[in-house]
Every structure is written in structure tokens, then in C-alpha cells.
Design a binder for this molecule. Structure first.
Ligand code: OAD
Length: 232
């Protein structure tokens, strides 16, 4: 059974109606990163940061998984423990498609985190700066998302999986944001084959052994069918 690590980014959810960050008209064209996605801004203006993530949570909860999310869940069901899904996405569309435990390296809109005691819990629909932490009572509720300048989640486990995998596949990500952008080289250094599935060549496209370009809803199910037909 080949050991497969899949990394996904905003492009896999684009056809579910969730905007990407860096495509024309994307989130970072509408909002400055430093206004909504840094711990410093949250400390100064938590209401504004909450408003941004409350709106994103509402959009994400209304979205439905597309054939690319569903295909990855089929692959996970076939490969079991030989498969690790790592996502930079904060939406819950992999779970909605049936993924058992995608590693949300940039956190998840569906979770809340106490900035005072680090307790985490299921996020309500909307959060406000004065919301008390259910564990310690501090009015320090924040979205459990990773902001610029913070350390992504699950990095030790992801590092071990990249070192041990036979195939690394990157789907719907621009390759602009580290550490995820460096996973392809990390996997290749350890002898894995590498494949990019993206609408267009990403910033790191040249680092991959193979790249296939097109919409995720078409090229991801096609690739998964190939893997399953080859016996996993
Ligand atoms: P980006 O917006 O940077 O890149 C999205 C990629 O998806 C681009 O390369 C698009 O070409 C591709 N794409 C768009 N539509 C697609 C489709 N239908 N099928 C396949 N590919 C498509 O998003 P990410 O790479 O996910 O971090 O961004 C990485 C991180 O930057 C995010 O997790 C977020 C952001 O700042 C934080 O907020 C910490």
C-alpha cells in the first residue's frame, strides 16, 4: 500500500463557492492581511477580526463539498492509515465529504480558542470580543485559526508523514505560503514522488515530478480513480 500525503488549499473549495485568497478578486484583494489575520490586529481591534471570521464561518457552513472533496474521502476510505490529508483550509468541507480526520494546519472556523488559557471548543455561529471562555471565564475568545506570525498546527506529525510517504500530492494551493509551500521539497528529499493538481501552474510547480492543470472537481476525481484502479 503506497503511503500518500495530500495537501489541499483554497482552490479545492473554489467550486463549492468559497473564494480563494490570491486569485483575481480573492480575499486578500478585498481585505489587507494585516487588518484581519494577525494576532497584533486582533489585540487592537478584536471586533473587526471577529466580523471577518464570522462572515467566513457563515459562508463556509452554507457551502457543500464538491466532487474533489468527495474523491479524496473515497481515497482515504481505500488507503486507511496509509493516507494523510493535510489542509490549509479553515472550512469543514473535507469533513462534510466524509474525511475522518483532516489535519487543519491553519486551524478551523468551526472551533473557538481562548487566547488566555488555550482551551478550545466548538465555535458558535458568531463570536464577539466579550464572549467568555467556558473554561476560565476570560473574555478572550478568538477563532481557532492560525494567523500570520503564528505557528501552524500538527507540524511534527506532518513532518513525519512527509518523511515516510511514497507520494505527495498538492491540490489547489498557490505555493506562496510557507511552511506548506516547502512540503514538496521535503517529501522529494525523502524520496517521494510528487504531483501537483491545480487550476494553473503554482509558484512551486517546477518542484513537482508531475503537474496536471484544470479544475479540481475534474482532475482530482480522475486522479483518485487512477490510484484506485491501480489497486491503491
Ligand atoms: P491561494 O488563494 O493562495 O491559491 C489558490 C490556488 O488554487 C491558486 O493557485 C489557484 O490557481 C488555484 N485554484 C483556483 N480555483 C481552482 C479550482 N477550481 N481547481 C483547482 N485549483 C484552483 O490559496 P492557498 O494556497 O490555500 O493562510 O493559500 C494558502 C494560505 O494563504 C491560506 O491557508 C491562508 C492564506 O493567507 C492563512 O490565512 C494563514
Amino acid at each position: 500500500m503506497p503511503r500518500v500525503v495530500v495537501l489541499t488549499g483554497a482552490g479545492i473549495s473554489a467550486e463549492s463557492g468559497l473564494g480563494t485568497f490570491r486569485d483575481a478578486g480573492g480575499l486578500w484583494a478585498q481585505h489587507r492581511i494585516e487588518d484581519v489575520a494577525t494576532p497584533e490586529r486582533f489585540a487592537r481591534d478584536p471586533a473587526r477580526v471577529h466580523a471577518f471570521y464570522n462572515a467566513r464561518r457563515a459562508q463556509a457552513r452554507a457551502a457543500r463539498p464538491n466532487p474533489a472533496h468527495l474523491a479524496l474521502a473515497r481515497l482515504e476510505a481505500a488507503l486507511g492509515a496509509a493516507f494523510l490529508l493535510v489542509t490549509q483550509n479553515v472550512d469543514g468541507l473535507h469533513e462534510a465529504a466524509g474525511a475522518r480526520n483532516p489535519r487543519h494546519m491553519h486551524g478551523a472556523l468551526d472551533r473557538a480558542l481562548c487566547a488566555a488559557c488555550a482551551h478550545d471548543w466548538d465555535a458558535p455561529e458568531a463570536m464577539a470580543p466579550e464572549d467568555p471562555c467556558p473554561a476560565c471565564g476570560a473574555p478572550a475568545t478568538r477563532p481557532d485559526v492560525v494567523w500570520f506570525g503564528e505557528i501552524p498546527h500538527h507540524m511534527d506529525e506532518i513532518g513525519r508523514a512527509l518523511a515516510a510517504c511514497d507520494l505527495f500530492v498538492s491540490i489547489g494551493t498557490s505555493g506562496e505560503v510557507y511552511p506548506a509551500a516547502g512540503f514538496v521539497q521535503e517529501a522529494a528529499l525523502n524520496g517521494a514522488r510528487t504531483l501537483e493538481l491545480n487550476l494553473e501552474p503554482s509558484a512551486g510547480s517546477a518542484f513537482f515530478d508531475e503537474a496536471r492543470h484544470g479544475p479540481a472537481s475534474r482532475i482530482v476525481p480522475a486522479w483518485v480513480e487512477e490510484v484506485l484502479a491501480a489497486g491503491g
